[in-house]
Structure formats: C-alpha cells, structure tokens
Design a protein around this ligand. Structure first.
Ligand SMILES: *[C@@H]1O[C@H](CO)[C@@H](O)[C@H](O)[C@H]1NC(C)=O
Ligand SMILES: *[C@@H]1O[C@H](CO)[C@@H](O)[C@H](O)[C@H]1NC(C)=O
Ligand SMILES: *[C@@H]1O[C@H](CO)[C@@H](O)[C@H](O)[C@H]1NC(C)=O
Ligand SMILES: *[C@@H]1O[C@H](CO)[C@@H](O)[C@H](O)[C@H]1NC(C)=O
Length: 477
C-alpha cells in the first residue's frame, strides 16, 4: 500500500464574497446581476444584494477572472495548491505545487492510488480500494484487517468450557415413563451414554436450544451430530440459527442473502458430524439453533466454532480509522438531526455526509440548523464494531472559524435504544474536550472501548456554529 507523506493540508476553497452597494430597490435577484455561475442573494443586512462568486471569479458581480497559479485551484480530489517561486524543470515551467490527500498522487492529484495493488488481503479475502486505505472482506473463518487470523477455536460444548447453566432449551423430552431426561446440557458433541443428547418435547412446535456465551463472541461455524434412542437414529436434518446481544431481541441468520433466513443442512444419521460455516461470521452473546426438519425427533449434540472478539491485545492494536475519511463509511450511513444552509442557499448545505476528517471545499463539514444541545450526527457502521476513539475537527464558513469545543458520545445496537458514554470516575455523561480552532485534529479515546453499530456525536459547547468533521477509531472486533 502506498502512503503519501504525513503532511495533511486542508484546502479551504478560495472563495470570494463581495458586497455590492447599489441604490436600487426591489427583489434585486429577480434579474441576476451576478456573472459566471455566481449566486445572487438578497435580504442580508442593509445591502440590496450580494454576489457569491464561483471559484476563480471576483469583482462585485463576479465578472472578473481571478488570475493566479492557484486560482482556480488546479488540484483535484481535495488536493491543496501552493504557489511557489517559479522554477524551471526541464521544459516545464512550474508556479505551483499540489499537495495531495492520502490515496491520491500525480501532478494534479488526479490519480487515485490503487491501495489493493499489492494484494493486502490474505486467505482469499476480497480487497476494496478506498481513498488512502483499503478494506478486506474475509472468507470465513479468517478475520483481521488483512484476513490474516484464523477464528477456529472450539468454544467448549465438548470440552466443557461451556457449563450447564449456559445451555437452555424451549422444552425437554422425558423418555421411559419420565425417567430419562434428554436435557439441553447433554447436547455436547460426541457425548456418550444411553441418554447423551438434547431432544425437544414431542408437543413442542417451535423448538430451540440456546447457548449463552456470557460475552460477545465471534462465531464462524457449528458442528452438529444426532444420537440414537432405543436403537433408532434421531437427528436434525435442517435448521436455522438466530443470535442476540442481550437475550431479548434476536435476529435470524441470513448469510449473504439478506432477504431469506439461511437454512443449514444438518445431519443424516445418528453419529456422524456435520460442519457448517457462518460466512459472514456471527457476532453475538446468545446463539440459538432452531430445528426446521427433524428425523423422528429433534435430537442434537453440537459444538460451536469461533474466537474471542478481542484478538487485539490492547487499544493500540484496535485504532484503525473506521472510514469517515476513506469513505468506507458511505454517504448513506451518515445522518443528522438537521442541516444548516448558509444564507438559506441549497448549494451551501452543511450535510452530515460532509463530516469527513480533512474534507475540503466551501462547505466541508456538518453543521445543524440550530445551535443547541438537541442536535446530533449519526454514523451507522452497518455492523457491530469495537470503538476505541474519535478524532474531531472544525471548519470555516466563509472565513468564520467554527468548531465544537465539548461533545458527548452515544451509541446503540439497534438505532433506537441509546447509551451515553459515561465518565469512568463520576458515572455522569462523559464530556469530551473537542476543538480549539478550524483545522487541528483533536483525538479522544474511549476508555473503556465499547461495541456498537450506531454512534452519535452530540455537540455540547461550540464556537460560532456547531461545525464538525470527524473520524471514528476502532476495529472490526
Ligand atoms: C464588471 O462589472 C462592473 C460593473 O458591475 C463594470 O464596471 C466592469 O467594467 C466589469 N468588468 C469587466 C471586465 O467586464
Ligand atoms: C449409529 O451410528 C453408528 C456409527 O456410524 C452405527 O454403527 C449404528 O448402526 C448407528 N445406529 C443407528 C441406530 O442408526
Ligand atoms: C433546539 O432548537 C429547536 C429549534 O429551535 C427546538 O425545537 C428545540 O426544542 C431546542 N432544544 C433545546 C434543548 O433547546
Ligand atoms: C484555520 O486553519 C488553517 C490551517 O491550519 C490555518 O492556517 C488558519 O490560520 C486557520 N484560520 C484561523 C482564522 O484560525
């Protein structure tokens, strides 16, 4: 992967705002007095109208061409232009130099570097090129930034690490006048004996067996096995899997097909084992096996395959940018309580989709319609990730420095029920110290880190207007 130098410069568009003083009255913008694609605005203070010029134009009515090597900006992809002392390189006369954002190169930053060129994803993972970064989609059971780790531990049904109290079921079959209890705690792979598996009660129309792993784990597969009762094979021929973070709300596993529940093919006899992989893996604390088709009775012995979520030993190992800047987080994943428009002009809308660290341009951050503590910006990471920190940054609106100086952070797994990050010592909502100017990156760590799919930043104090660019830090685990 090619990484450009670590100088990050933000190009705040050379923007000319000129006030015109004309002694005429009426709706002055009805006839557009502004040239070259400029926007005409009335109703601002005492001035009858003003022209907001497009890049590269100036003068009261934007009829003058601003001339200079950096105006209009010749650099593409948010690159910043710097005027330099004229130099001669071969036959080419240089007056400016473009400083490119990470992921772009070329004289005018016109080349999007292919961060996948060196095939960073191992073990069959698929690479996606981002702006200055890449993302690997791993094949199960591989995990990690580069799919370099194997997530294949046996979680302890057979070995006993999962204890009886962690296993429950919708019902239990009692055999031979109620003397044999085919309880869920027996559902262990290769369990021996006459009564050696879980069987649901024959009247149970919606049977399930559940394992509470006591903390969130990553599951990459399941091994199932039937059993024989009184000389006859009993097993689950087909089943579904559901999972939950809290033991209350469950989602049925759908695999890559988002429309239909995935039905796994189970066993065909009383003893052989069948392994199914979860691709993509399941991250959950509770896992339920839901028999769909059973032979004679729903009888099961099983093992779970997976690994601890926290394969990184410390926070430092889990502090990758989660994709605000690189655009791994797409525009559709960003939303906000409201958006501000400078002078009510659509072209100058401060969308939540602009809240990307180091974004350049005239409107290059999120700003809400009102400046009070009810406003928020939300990131939907689309799956649960481990969050370890946040970087925030302010911006300028037509030369006015604006930023969020104090903020809160809330998170959620369903987008409905929210928890606010608390201060470890006081147990009050944690107030994060934010920015002090229009451009510096301010980093805050989440201590302890948390797991969430949805994250909200709630501005608490600000300078001029609530204005925010940001990046989230964490990892897939
Ligand atoms: C630009 O417009 C102003 C009046 O609005 C006029 O005086 C001036 O001559 C114009 N300049 C050019 C280059 O057209
Ligand atoms: C159960 O499986 C074992 C080993 O495959 C086989 O020998 C036995 O016949 C089977 N019993 C029944 C009842 O199917
Ligand atoms: C924030 O402003 C909006 C619009 O003026 C208002 O509806 C809302 O109640 C305000 N919230 C607070 C906490 O002041
Ligand atoms: C805004 O940030 C830029 C880049 O760091 C800096 O050069 C400039 O002085 C800042 N503007 C103000 C008004 O602080």
């Amino acid at each position: 992967m090619k990484r450009p130098g670590n100088v990050i410069t933000t190009y705040l568009g050379a923007f000319t705002l000129l006030l015109c003083l004309y002694s005429i009255r009426g709706d002055y913008c009805e006839v557009n007095h502004c040239f070259n694609g400029a926007t005409c605005v009335t109703g601002l203070g005492d001035d009858p109208f003003i022209c907001i010029c497009a890049d590269g134009f100036g003068g009261d009515t934007c009829n003058l061409t601003e001339i200079g090597p950096c105006s209009p900006n010749p650099c593409r992809n948010d690159g910043s232009c710097e005027v330099i002392a004229p130099t001669r390189r071969g036959d080419v006369f240089n007056e400016y130099v473009c400083k490119c954002q990470p992921g772009f190169e070329g004289v005018h930053c016109q080349i999007n570097v292919n961060d996948c060129a060196n095939q960073p994803c191992k073990n069959g993972g698929t690479c996606r090129d981002l702006d200055g970064d890449y993302a690997c989609q791993c094949l199960s059971p591989y995990v990690g930034k580069q799919c370099q780790l194997r997530c294949i531990s046996l979680l302890g049904m057979e070995g006993g690490a999962i204890v009886e109290s962690q296993i429950s079921a919708s019902s239990v079959h009692y055999g031979i006048l109620g003397l044999q209890r085919w309880g869920p705690e027996l559902a262990r792979l290769n369990n021996q004996g006459i009564v050696n598996a879980w069987t649901s009660a024959s009247h149970d129309r919606n049977p399930w067996i559940e394992i509470n792993m006591q903390k969130k784990m990553r599951l990459t597969g399941i091994i199932t096995q039937g059993a024989s009762r009184m000389g006859t094979a009993e097993y689950i021929k087909a089943f579904k899997v559901a999972s939950s973070f809290d033991g209350n709300s469950y989602v049925t596993y759908k695999g890559d097909n988002q429309r239909r529940d995935k039905v796994f093919v189970g066993n065909t006899d009383n003893d052989s084992t069948k392994t199914n992989l979860f691709d993509p893996p399941i991250v959950a604390q509770y896992i339920r096996i839901i028999p769909v088709v059973c032979r004679r009775a729903c009888t099961l012995r099983m093992e779970l395959v997976g690994c601890e979520l926290n394969v990184y030993s410390n926070t430092a190992g889990c502090s990758e940018p989660l994709g605000m800047k690189s655009r791994l987080v797409s525009d559709g994943q960003l939303s906000a309580s409201s958006t501000f428009r400078t002078w009510g002009i659509d072209t100058f809308t401060w969308h939540p989709q602009f809240a990307r660290l180091d974004k350049a341009g005239k409107t290059n951050a999120w700003s809400p319609a009102h400046n009070n503590r009810s406003e928020w910006i939300q990131v939907d990471l689309e799956k649960t990730k481990r969050l370890t920190g946040i970087i925030t940054q302010g911006a300028k609106d037509f030369g006015v420095v604006q930023f969020v100086s104090v903020f809160k952070v809330a998170y959620s797994n369903d987008g409905e029920l929210w928890s606010t990050v608390k201060d470890e010592n006081t147990d009050n909502d944690k107030l994060f110290q934010g920015n002090i100017d229009n451009n510096t990156h301010k980093k805050n760590l989440f201590e302890p880190p948390f797991y969430a799919r949805y994250i909200r930043v709630i501005p608490w104090e600000w300078h001029e207007r609530i204005t925010l660019r940001m990046e989230l830090l964490g990892c897939d685990d």
